[in-house]
Design a protein. Sequence first.
Length: 319
Amino acid sequence: MLLHVPVSLDGLLALFASCFTQPTFQTFRGLVVGQVSQIGPRTVCGMLVGARLSGVWDHSRAHRFFSQARWQPDRLGLLLATVILGRLLDADAPILVAIDDSLLQRWGRRIYGCFYHHDATANSDKGAVAWGNNWVVAGIVVGLPILARPVCLPVLFRLWKPKRKHIPKRQDDPERPSKPRLAREMIDLLAAHFPARQVHAVGDAGYASAPGAVCPRGSRSPSACARTARCMSPRRPRRLPVSANAGARRRRATSWRVSRRSRPTPPPPGGRSPPTATASPLSSPCTYGRACGIERSATPPSGCCSSKTLTSHRAISSR
């Protein structure tokens, strides 16, 4: 049974014939037709049902296309990006690439690359962790005449797997790169394939790390928020640690100084209290007759100098 493909779709699929051998290309055409026309689950067998080939082809033919056929997903994705830029973008417009990761839930313990991942789209805490494949996808954002909002057309993808347990926390796993590093690989492929175009890579804050933020020449990587950004007021200077008893000792010392200053001078035994002398504002330092601003006299005025400088005042007045 021959596969009947619409003329418009067949002309579009003919552009990708160079990525496959002739038998593999026929399988590719059948799977694409089944992917488009299937209204149920779009699994491998579901695509055969959508293309009405479930009773004609053996299901192993479709499974071998993904496991054993000789074709490169990156080559197919770059060719698809060339078709998108040639038909949906202007010649001088920059390439806007959106990068994000998506969790595809799977069932079965023997499926390759399946781990427990956090599902950000879960509606409850019970389903926040799911079993499946986590794909990092790079798509080109374009505007279609039939839609008012832009759409993202996926072109490249990478399977992300968690870091192995024996690898230290701050060390990268050479066999299992991080999500920002996988995103950087796909940006490098697009920038190298289109050297004359400017590439703008857009991602969330999780991709604004060291391997993802540094982009090749001719590309930019704006993100929602830098990884080292502080969305708050500046930090206060750190105070040195103070022991618990330091405050009590400081309060006791202050109260003792205040009490000593306010304590009056006790009178001598059996006599009256000495008269209180008013100190002059220019009494320290004082040179009798000069700093105190008075004329020379035999006896210095009361309160202008201390007893230690009385001898020097008398010597000055006798001259």
